[in-house]
Design a binder for this molecule. Structure first.
Ligand code: GLN
Length: 193
């Protein structure tokens, strides 16, 4: 499976490493044409306003919407989760608007800007190591969204069919099981095509 990592800004190399540890091939995606060559796409962490602007500039908004509507999996981590959301809290303009959820940016406040924890995630048998950095939270999800994990009663991992989102950075630890989970989504999607 070829898994692309959108390489406009943010944590790209770390995702490629985790995908390769999980048994896939990681590809840095810099142009919309490269979407033809991949079986799944990761939207990395970084700064969502910057990523959103660059996505508009290089034609990625419509191209990724179409990629996802064709059933191919998309995984947003941290800023990538913000980019996937249909709704953002406050006056912020949403980006891809693919996932039926409302997201609050920088939701942990100044005291807890970054921290690590172990999370129970549905579909992964023992707790997953997760790194939160100025992380967003999922404040509300639609009926078609499955909540995969919470942290202190707040939603931090969710799935809607071929879309997966985490508030935290799964690529900054040696624990690559969420990448393995995503790789399995890509395998299932390609078997059904
Ligand atoms: N705070 C960033 C944003 O709002 C996301 C942080 C991250 O990706 N680590 O875009």
């Amino acid at each position: 499976m070829n898994i692309g990592v959108l390489a406009l800004q943010g944590a790209v190399a770390e995702h490629i490493k985790s995908i390769e540890l999980a048994g896939g091939k990681g590809v840095a995606v810099k142009t919309v044409e490269q979407l033809q060559e991949i079986d799944g796409l990761i939207l990395p962490g970084g700064e969502s306003t910057t990523i959103g602007k660059l996505m508009r500039k290089y034609g990625f908004i419509d191209a990724i919407r179409e990629f996802a509507r064709n059933g191919k999996p998309v995984f947003g981590t941290c800023a990538g989760l913000i980019v996937l959301a249909e709704r953002l809290e406050g006056a912020e303009e949403p980006h891809l608007q693919l996932m039926n959820m409302t997201v609050a940016r920088n939701a942990f406040g100044r005291q807890r800007e970054s921290f690590e924890t172990d999370l129970d995630v549905k579909g992964i048998d023992t707790p997953l190591r997760a790194v939160f950095i100025r992380a967003p939270l999922i404040k509300e999800v639609g009926d078609n969204v499955d909540v995969l994990s919470t942290y202190k009663d707040e939603i931090v991992t969710a799935r809607q069919g071929n879309l997966l989102a985490s508030s935290y950075h799964p690529e900054l630890t040696d624990d690559y099981r969420l990448h393995e989970y995503f790789l399995n989504m890509a395998k299932e999607a390609s078997a059904n095509r």
